[in-house]
Design a protein around this ligand. Structure first.
Ligand code: ITT
Length: 194
């Protein structure tokens, strides 16, 4: 079977993408399988540029077709922050996902609710030496002031998914993998893999 490298160091993302592509006639390979520990500087000005940097770097080193995801949370009341910087949102070394959630809520404190927000995911798919193809997914919702749920990762416990009454962390992975920004982008990318 042909191989596809899933180029992420984020375990939550990796598990979701593996589940979304599990039924395809391709062997999914992880950076760990290849003992690859690349540090890709996310220096792009857009999700697409960063997704392309990750996909092309991993494709070059592995020689494999590669899928990468650049994603983020955009909060309207914070003018779209943390956005591109969602993984690095907090001026503290070694900050955890929990630290970033606390920091986000501190920055929203006192601002009028609802705190409308959306998750964005840009998937880049590339063959070694080729130009990437992009697939986008968006999931609308709002930030709530208390954490709810224990599934998922990142900002999931404070992100209420529009139309569900539940936070992303209260959804099972099967349901998150229908509704999420990443599910939408990766399902669209399946077309480019067949
Ligand atoms: P890779 O670059 O190795 O894939 P990363 O975590 O650094 O991993 P990004 O640069 O794309 O990935 O940052 C995305 C951040 O946005 C992620 O770390 C979370 O903080 C947040 N995020 C993205 N998708 C999310 C989701 O489904 N649930 C919760 N938070 C999410």
């Amino acid at each position: 079977m042909p191989k596809l490298l899933i180029a992420t160091s984020n375990r939550g993302k990796l598990e979701e993408i593996q589940a979304l592509l599990a039924d395809l006639p391709v062997t999914l390979v992880t950076p760990a399988d290849l003992e690859l520990e690349l540090h890709v500087e996310e220096s792009g000005a857009t999700y697409a540029e960063n997704a392309a940097l990750k996909a092309q770097s991993y494709a070059r080193v592995s020689g494999l077709p590669t899928l990468a995801d650049d994603s983020g949370l955009e909060v309207a009341a914070l003018d779209g922050a943390p956005g591109l910087y969602s993984a690095r949102y907090m001026p503290k070394k070694g900050a955890t996902d929990a630290d970033r959630r606390t920091y986000l809520l501190a920055n929203l404190k006192g601002l009028p609710r609802p705190w409308d927000a959306r998750f964005i995911c840009m998937v880049a798919l590339t063959y070694p030496g080729g130009d990437p193809v992009f697939y986008e997914g968006i999931c609308p919702g709002e930030i709530i002031p208390e954490e709810r749920g224990a599934n998922g990762f990142g900002y999931d416990p404070i992100f209420l998914v529009s139309g569900t009454g539940r936070t992303m962390a209260e959804l099972s992975m099967d349901v998150k993998n229908i509704l999420s920004h990443r599910a939408r982008a990766v399902m669209a990318a399946r077309g480019g893999l067949l």
